[in-house]
Design a protein around this ligand. Structure first.
Ligand code: SF4
Length: 196
């Protein structure tokens, strides 16, 4: 593994920067192809991720696997990660926890240099847009930044909570595939500040 990525993974696994370290069983670093062109970013680990220490291994991860294979990609083609690396106890992460944990994600993006970063849901989208944002307003459309395309999509867990959202979740992944196949060329927007 890339030494910088290895070091980052180690830092995450022993991190005590916020109080979530007290209730977690395992911190959950990202995983996948360290040369991935596509990075999927969820919000935080769930129960099974907390037990095993790997991202997207619970029910939402199973659905994600189906969505990925549905667009003829494999999990090992991608980098899978989260904004917050420790499970919040029965709630969404607080903004202070997101802010404290976010540098790990930004460093991960800097090391892996994906061409497309897919924020899955409001928390990842708001962090990467650096403003409060609703996924329903942005889903399925690429947003060029200085370093990569953002491609917001609904989190698969949304369809597990509300089955009527499944067609939209599937549509987002089909649109992602169409965007990948279009072989887009990044033209950074003028004047936009880089994340790094
Ligand atoms: S959530 Fe992030 S910042 Fe908080 S303890 Fe876990 S790894 Fe560290």
């Amino acid at each position: 593994m890339n030494e910088d990525l290895d070091e980052l993974q180690n830092q995450i696994q022993i991190c005590t920067k916020c109080s979530l370290n007290l209730s977690r069983k395992r911190a959950v670093p990202g995983e996948g192809n360290e040369k991935a062109k596509i990075m999927l970013v969820g919000q935080c680990p769930g129960d099974q991720e907390n037990e095993i220490g790997r991202p997207f291994v619970g029910p939402a991860g199973v659905l994600l696997g189906r969505l990925i294979s549905g667009i003829r990609l494999k999990r090992r083609d991608l980098w899978l990660t989260n904004v917050v690396r420790c499970i919040p106890p029965g709630r969404l992460p607080h903004s202070s926890e997101i802010k404290t944990c976010a540098p790990f994600l930004l460093e991960e993006i800097k090391i892996i240099k994906p061409k497309i970063v897919c924020p899955l849901g409001n928390i990842a989208l708001s962090l990467l847009l650096r403003k409060p944002a609703q996924i329903h307003q942005f889903r399925g459309k690429p947003i060029p930044t200085h370093s990569y395309f953002l491609f917001p999509a609904l989190h698969p867990a949304a369809a597990l909570r509300q089955s009527n959202l499944m067609p939209q979740v599937e549509e987002d992944f089909r649109n992602l595939k169409a965007f990948i196949d279009s072989n887009p060329v990044l033209e950074p927007p003028p004047g936009q500040e880089s994340l790094f």
